[in-house]
Design a protein around this ligand. Structure first.
Ligand code: TYM
Length: 333
């Protein structure tokens, strides 16, 4: 990889199923947009995925599918490095060193750990607990300046920053302290059924989320069934989480701000509004779906992209890891 003056970005997504509308708006859409200005590394986080029990064959297939969907969303392997986390050993190597510089108390405070351990009470494994350390390693091993994520990852990002600062103070300046990049609109897309809750693909109610590969009729149906309120007026307000959530989605996909959306639907009911939201989603997702099918069929191309990505990522990551090993006093022969 050439030396570049551009700032560096790293982000990741778990291959635990088709991405949701929330994943797209909160993260992946921005990954594509940021490629022009930054040197970007984007990763399919398959190592994070096994903190919850996965069927091996499904995980393998979904890892390829996730990579194909990222390419279809506009991640350009000529501009960015796209790779699979387990293909770069330095992530796990650095994670151990960072784990020895992370406090039990810090990890105990992570809300995602508390949520997930409650949801998977039969499998509260050590990986689920140390998950944020691996995530810190993902970021710090590339000395990323910026990490584009949705709001739910903010706490993990703060921990990564704290670990970086602590390591730098203990062993001299080593890591770039990363900044989160959280979009102003759509950082937290909410469930269509319970708009007080984050939209999540692990929700048991399939009507609560839109998947990027949902067909147009499914998207229309899910939007139509979205929970709103009895006021019947399209306006953004804390007391109207359902309508406000749909307005955020519509705003991101049409580029219109809340004021112009409110005036567009003055005097119209929620029916018209929901239909417009659905059509705006379909107009963005439909071409991505076609591109996804095309890429998925070309396994050689896809695997070549991932091999090349892994090689380029590993080159950067190995250098950081070697430096860290030296600093902590691991014998070099
Ligand atoms: P994951 O796979 O849960 O989600 C991927 C990205 O999608 C964002 N997101 C949302 N944004 C807005 N509204 C929602 N409802 C919504 N749901 C998900 C997430 O914030 C995330 O940005 N731990 C990470 C993956 C990861 C990572 C990393 C990210 C591993 N290593 C290093 C950044 C840097 C995760 O589980 O994301």
């Amino acid at each position: 990889m050439e030396v570049s003056a551009k700032k560096r970005i790293l982000s990741g997504i778990q291959p635990t199923g088709t991405f949701t509308l929330g994943n797209y708006i909160g993260a992946v859409r921005n990954w594509g947009l940021l490629q022009q200005e930054y040197e970007c590394l984007y990763m399919v986080a398959n190592m994070h995925a096994i903190t919850v029990r996965q069927t091996p064959a499904d995980l393998r297939r979904q890892t390829r599918e996730a990579a194909a969907l990222l390419l279809a969303c506009g991640i350009d392997p000529q501009k960015s490095i796209l790779f699979v986390q387990s293909h770069v050993p330095a992530h796990a190597e650095l994670a151990w060193v960072l784990a020895c510089n992370t406090q039990f108390g810090e990890l105990s405070r992570m809300t995602q750990f508390k949520d997930k351990s409650a949801r998977h009470a039969d499998n509260v494994n050590a990986g689920l607990f140390t998950y944020p350390v691996l995530m810190a390693a993902d970021i710090l091993v590339y000395n990323a300046d910026l990490v584009p994520v949705g709001a739910d990852q903010k706490q993990h990002l703060e921990l990564a920053r704290n670990i970086a600062v602590r390591f730098n103070n203990a062993y001299s300046d080593t890591f770039t302290v990363p900044d989160p990049y959280i979009p102003k609109t759509g950082a937290r897309i909410m469930s269509l059924q319970e708009p007080e809750k984050k939209m999540s693909k692990s929700d048991t109610n399939a009507n609560s989320f839109i998947l990027m590969l949902d067909d147009p009729d499914t998207i229309r149906r899910k939007c139509k069934r979205a929970v709103t309120d009895s006021e019947g007026v399209v306006r953004a307000d804390e007391s109207k989480p359902g309508v406000t959530n749909l307005m955020s989605i519509y705003s991101v996909f049409t580029g219109k701000d809340f004021a112009s959306i409110e005036s567009e639907f003055t005097g119209k009911g929620y029916g018209d509004f929901k239909l417009a939201v659905a059509e705006s989603v379909i107009s963005v997702f439909h071409p991505i779906q076609q591109e996804y099918q095309r890429i998925l069929e070309d396994k050689t191309y896809l695997d070549d992209v991932l091999k090349d990505g892994a090689q380029r990522a590993a080159h950067i990551a190995a250098k950081t890891c070697a430096k860290v090993y030296k600093k902590v006093g691991f014998l070099q022969l």
